[in-house]
Design a protein around this ligand. Sequence first.
Ligand SMILES: NC(=O)c1ccc[n+]([C@@H]2O[C@H](COP(=O)([O-])OP(=O)(O)OC[C@H]3O[C@@H](n4cnc5c(N)ncnc54)[C@H](OP(=O)(O)O)[C@@H]3O)[C@@H](O)[C@H]2O)c1
Length: 377
Amino acid sequence: MKGIAILGSTGSIGRQTLDVIRNFRHHFRLVGLAGWTNRSLLQQQLDEFQPDLACCQGLEGEGALLRLGKGRAATLEEMVRDPRVDLVVMAISGPSCLVPTLQALQGGVAVALASKEAIVMAGPLIAGLVGKGATVLPVDSEPSAIWQCLQGEPREVQRLILTASGGPFRSRPLGELAFVTPKEALEHPTWRMGRKITVDSATLMNKALEVIECHWMFGVPWEDIEVVVHPQSVVHSLVEFRDGSLKAQLGPPDMRLPLQYALFYPQRVANPKLERLDLARIGSLEFAPLEAGRYPCFTLALEAARTGGTYPVALCAADDVAVSLFLEGKLGYLDIPPLIQGVLDGHASGDGESLNDILEAEAWARRRAQEMARTRT
Ligand SMILES: NC(=O)c1ccc[n+]([C@@H]2O[C@H](COP(=O)([O-])OP(=O)(O)OC[C@H]3O[C@@H](n4cnc5c(N)ncnc54)[C@H](OP(=O)(O)O)[C@@H]3O)[C@@H](O)[C@H]2O)c1
């Protein structure tokens, strides 16, 4: 049985991972579950799955109030370093995913990585660990699609083509974007996800983060990664090989499929709970070029990534603050890109190759974004 720890078990990815495991209980031993503030859901999960370890640090002192059954309380670090854990499913949203991801990889534990922020902030560090034998399995649907397309292929890749739904405002007149509300931004046309990634999908920050993720995961140069708009979210991404052949991975927009692929890799198993794709019912698949002017976050994020150093760290931290303020109604939708740009403009980059450097840049960018937001109002 594979020993699993799920960090971020109370979120969208965490819940869907548990849903897959529910169907294959005899394949997995659930060693650890970690939530943050949603103590009641974590408690339900602990009651149902009876893991060996539980972590709930978001509410001070509240972790101690959990009913742990035969298990015990643990920190995230203890959980990822527990010898019974073979695979960590990393599903913590935002920059807090970084440290436990590195701790797992440094300890020789494989990570099924949903939390792209970790690889965006520490691409060279994580690529270096993978170069020395650490295992990172993609979970995000686009990198998972690329990974699946690359199976059995010599790495003769010409281009990666990531698909993007275009988000809820793809056809909205640009003049109306100033009035976008958090409720509208949270209505993604094809995927049901956590709040931060849903807003990032509306601004297309999420797609830029995926480009960065694919650059570091698959070692493909920036100029060979393209994005195409595909509103149906059925083709999850494509690889073009040197001979001009394209391979695509298709499936319903359901994260349980890439999650299950990572959990069972390299096996494929039948899961009766997953819907099958009915191409005849879908009828047509559309593709269109990305209208970059509509999505300033996409452009500024890729500029930060290409510049390197700790710019991607500042980008992630500033975006995290900007999205939280937008969701709290304290920042307008169109104020998100200038806030992030302002933080990047004022950033004095380190080389981004040590954890210390990264954490300092993260703390600085978070403070700077909050100060800038305060002085705007
Ligand atoms: N959802 C998707 O379909 C999807 C698809 C691809 C990639 N991803 C990526 O997967 C990650 C998770 O996304 P999600 O949609 O599942 O987010 P989500 O629904 O907001 O869940 C986030 C999880 O992280 C926990 N958490 C938040 N802040 C934390 C902190 N500081 N320390 C420890 N735990 C913390 C939350 O705990 P509480 O809820 O208990 O507070 C929750 O369990 C993101 O990086 C996202 O980009 C998601």
